[in-house]
Design a protein around this ligand. Sequence first.
Ligand code: ADP
Ligand code: MG
Length: 241
Amino acid sequence: MSLITITEVRKSFGQNEVLKGINLDVAPGEVIAIIGKSGSGKSTLLRCINGLETINDGSITVAGAQLLPDEVHLRALRLKVGMIFQGFNLFPHLTAGRNVMLSPMVVKKVKEKEAEAEARARLEQVGLAHKFDAYPDQLSGGQQQRVAIARALAMKPLALLCDEITSALDPELVNEVLAVVKSLAEEGMTLLMVTHEMRFAREVCDRVVFMHQGRVHEIGPPEEVFAHPQTTELKQFLGTA
Ligand code: ADP
Ligand code: MG
């Protein structure tokens, strides 16, 4: 049984159709890298899966429940699927710990004590147990992104969607974030990540999706997609044409 089922999904912005019939099944525990040129629809696809964009046609099912664009369903969906962005989007006036505690307390009505214990555990998971009381501006970009990951994990999602989460980081900070993602993958988290880190995709992902002009142009295990690209477009993208 797949955890996320995407069937013939279409999405347009005005006249511009940016997703042209996407099909993708994601198994529980699967780690998928989404690669492709800027503008190919990668972010839009993730945003549709998280209900941040409404689709024009097709269907998306998460853990057996079809995604419908009404508030009740969207709220339920966002409890199941976490999303992390390029910018860390932490609240600057809250400590790392409070940032992680906020959603469970506000959205899930978790009691403060319980939320704090959960936040400490999640910060420990990303290697930042000692930064519970630090404010975002006292943390490096890599640390802030790890807090953002801890914050997503505190909601106990079934899957995490990551959209270029290392793209805004200085090169020396990329690896500490990727190491956290790798450990999540090893612990069995279902991950869909848009990434430019090809070496990481090759090492950690079960499958690679190459998007081109709003379509899944090639898909397969990394050893196939990277070593034996089938289409001119993927060869060009990988620089092997
Ligand atoms: P990628 O993440 O692969 O770079 P995007 O999904 O961000 O691609 O964008 C795909 C296309 O959709 C682009 O042509 C972009 O300009 C367009 N697009 C994305 N978001 C919007 C929006 N909110 N309104 C209008 N056009 C959008
Ligand atoms: Mg994008």
